[in-house]
Ligand binder design. Sequence first.
Ligand SMILES: *[C@@H]1O[C@H](CO)[C@@H](O)[C@H](O)[C@H]1NC(C)=O
Ligand SMILES: *[C@@H]1O[C@H](CO)[C@@H](O)[C@H](O)[C@H]1NC(C)=O
Ligand SMILES: *[C@@H]1O[C@H](CO)[C@@H](O)[C@H](O)[C@H]1NC(C)=O
Ligand SMILES: *[C@@H]1O[C@H](CO)[C@@H](O)[C@H](O)[C@H]1NC(C)=O
Ligand SMILES: *[C@@H]1O[C@H](CO)[C@@H](O)[C@H](O)[C@H]1NC(C)=O
Ligand SMILES: *[C@@H]1O[C@H](CO)[C@@H](O)[C@H](O)[C@H]1NC(C)=O
Length: 286
Amino acid sequence: MRLLFSTLGACALLAFASLATAKVFTTSVVPQDRIDVLKVYAILAGISYETLTSWDCASCAFFADTQLADYFQSSKNRTFGYVAVNNPLKQVVVAFRGTDNAEQYLTDINLILKKWPDSVEDSKVHDGFLDSYQDVADNLYELAAKELANNPKYNLTIIGHSLGGGVASLAGVDFAMRNKTLVSIMRVVTFGKPRVGNQEYVEYYNSLNITTDRVVNKNDIVPHLPGNFLGYHHETGEKWIKFESNGNLTLSCPQVDNKSNPDCSKSVRVRDYSREQHHWAWNIQL
Ligand SMILES: *[C@@H]1O[C@H](CO)[C@@H](O)[C@H](O)[C@H]1NC(C)=O
Ligand SMILES: *[C@@H]1O[C@H](CO)[C@@H](O)[C@H](O)[C@H]1NC(C)=O
Ligand SMILES: *[C@@H]1O[C@H](CO)[C@@H](O)[C@H](O)[C@H]1NC(C)=O
Ligand SMILES: *[C@@H]1O[C@H](CO)[C@@H](O)[C@H](O)[C@H]1NC(C)=O
Ligand SMILES: *[C@@H]1O[C@H](CO)[C@@H](O)[C@H](O)[C@H]1NC(C)=O
Ligand SMILES: *[C@@H]1O[C@H](CO)[C@@H](O)[C@H](O)[C@H]1NC(C)=O
């Protein structure tokens, strides 16, 4: 069923593409030093799966001079994560955990789009992600703002893997709406993020100019869910880890979530989608 719908969705997109004004998007190779920085964020995303009482987990040892400010979970236990202050990187890190059954969650029949943010016309997001986020939003924002006030030269990095990546997108928008000047020191980095909102949502997200790295690992299935045909689209900032027989190439794909750039993750065929690749970013397991 899903395969049939995806095929129809792809046809509809292609038909639309031929009508739309062609715009050229330039794919570029992500240099190794940028990849090394993104790998650091991948390790920080992985740490969101730990139940932390202090900064003392096995992977925590990669990050010296870091303090745990909070380990949080929502009342319905849907959202987990941490806030940490990393002094060597000069960053306040907010990280969201995913869940074990992302694929099941996203192919569920009740994918309901809910109006959000209220002030943005026609913008809608998945109500499960929104529910998860709103439960922790006020406390999280206040804590991040407090840590930034205590550490005036520090930047804010919002990270998430899998469903946690969807929540990170909402947090980025919410934080930017609460305080516009935060955008200049904020970065959103996601790994294996599913689609979270409609076209109006992603256009609003993109208009905020939040520095965004949306890392897609090879043929990971989750970034292809929920399908475009259900009205879901991705934000900008794709960094696609392409599988090449002679090594691993990472491409920066500035286009929004449509077929206008055939070099990036949208080129993966439905029959090649992989669950296993959802749990990797380069050589880091998530
Ligand atoms: C793809 O997305 C870009 C950026 O939003 C847009 O300019 C372009 O028109 C879109 N192309 C199609 C075919 O929808
Ligand atoms: C959430 O998890 C805590 C333990 O960490 C448990 O005490 C609580 O009952 C759980 N809440 C729900 C709604 O499952
Ligand atoms: C917004 O964020 C900036 C940067 O952290 C901070 O300096 C400023 O005080 C904040 N403004 C408000 C109204 O919270
Ligand atoms: C904070 O972010 C700004 C803007 O992206 C950047 O120029 C600056 O180098 C960053 N500072 C740190 C300590 O990462
Ligand atoms: C985002 O950047 C564009 C292009 O530089 C600019 O026109 C726009 O005003 C910026 N948006 C915000 C919210 O700063
Ligand atoms: C490419 O990625 C695979 C895992 O997906 C890894 O085994 C291999 O060592 C990587 N190759 C290079 C050149 O990094």
